[in-house]
Design a protein around this ligand. Structure first.
Ligand code: KG4
Ligand code: ZN
Length: 351
């Protein structure tokens, strides 16, 4: 058997362990979500997250190997998220990865979580074809990384628009000045009493709603490719207080709110492609699972002859297969980080 990569992800509220082949095929990708534990608090509680990772990580490593039909002897590389994220949560995954690397004499690489979200696009055995998941038919998913490309990374903690010129080479073109897109979804869903995490709930509810009924504001940041969602969040809060919408109105509220998040994401991504002359766009991160974002991005990209792709929804949100994928590329490029690997709560992509 060729050597496999063991991936470990514990940066937030998902414990995940994956085994990936040399040609980036998933043999296993176990994800244990802590959503239920945090739901009553309306967001992730760092201390609870770290404790749950401690309980989950060791059995999950063994289960991931078992599901992959392999043993530690088949593993050739250990890849773990070491930045950015909740520090206590990150430390659990990094400690587990170091233990395995030390015990088995394996190379260890640390992976940037946002970089891994981009690399979710390069996992081989996913049916992440734009053709299969979007209303207009024109593009095919490209499993082989080709550069340059523009990546829109939209997650619970980040909203970054990045020019990627090669493996590991990033230039940030724009980012949020306040809330991340996923954070805007989550906080607004809480204000609407819809539950947590808010993104998938609003996405579902909005499908039967009218996105033009309530004109929520889009931040005007002039020439910049940055984003801002805090004004939108405040506008929604004021609207809910003032109008007290009925249950029947909620699909329209959700759809109108979602449209106000999606519009600037699509506009800035298209502008970034135009300014850089890049013809390839990737979506990454949990919010990349949003059906309206995919639909509108594909529509606008088609008009401009720009290719757009995204991972399967299950590979958009946090998972260890993307960590293994990014880690394998990083190892090929830079070699191992070794047991001195450090952990960082924050580190911008490309720094
Ligand atoms: O990438 P991710 O799993 O974790 C972080 O790295 O933050 O992203 C989680 C975020 C949450 O804010 C969640 O509400 C959002 O992704 N999300 C969505 C959808 N699915 C997940 N947002 C909008 N529409 C969705 N379908
Ligand atoms: Zn993430």
């Amino acid at each position: 058997m060729p050597k496999l990569t063991l991936g470990i992800e514990t940066s937030c509220d998902e414990t995940s362990v994956a085994v990936l082949t040399e040609d980036r095929r998933i043999l296993s990708n176990l994800i244990s979500s802590q959503t239920d534990l945090h739901a009553k608090f309306g967001g992730v509680v760092p201390e609870i997250a770290a404790r749950r990772h401690v309980e989950a990580i060791t059995p999950m490593v063994y289960s991931a190997l078992e599901e992959a039909g392999c043993s530690f002897a088949d593993i050739g590389l250990v890849a773990v998220t070491n930045r950015p994220g909740l520090i206590g949560a990150l430390l659990v995954g990094v400690a587990a990865a170091k233990g395995i690397a030390l015990a088995r004499g394996l190379p260890l690489v640390g992976v940037h979580h946002l970089e891994a979200h981009i690399y979710a696009n390069f996992i081989n055995n996913q049916e992440a074809s734009a053709n299969k998941q979007a209303p207009t038919e024109s593009q095919n998913f490209l499993p082989e990384p080709e550069f340059p490309l523009v990546a829109l990374i939209v997650s619970g903690g980040h909203t970054d628009l990045v020019l990627m010129t090669d493996h590991g080479k990033y230039q940030v073109l724009g980012r949020t000045r306040d809330d991340a897109a996923g954070e805007a979804f989550d906080k607004s869903a809480r204000a609407m009493n819809l539950g947590y995490p808010g993104g998938p709930i609003i996405d579902r509810l909005a499908r039967s709603g009218d996105p033009t009924r309530f004109p929520f504001p889009r931040a005007n940041l002039g020439d910049s490719l940055d984003f801002s969602f805090s004004g939108l969040k405040t506008a929604l809060l004021l609207f809910l207080k003032r109008e007290n919408p009925s249950e029947e109105d909620m699909p329209d509220v959700a759809a109108s709110f979602q449209e106000a998040v999606v519009d600037p994401l699509v506009a800035n991504t298209m502008l970034a492609a135009e300014r850089t002359g890049v013809r390839r766009v990737l979506l990454a991160g949990g919010v990349a699972a949003n059906s309206r974002l995919r639909e509108k991005m594909l529509l606008e990209a088609n008009k401009r002859g720009v290719q757009v792709s995204w991972p399967l929804p299950s590979l958009c949100t946090d998972n260890a297969a993307m960590i293994a994928c990014a880690g394998a590329y990083r190892f090929a490029l830079h070699g191992e980080d070794g047991l001195g690997l450090e952990t960082f709560a924050s580190e911008p992509l490309g720094s």
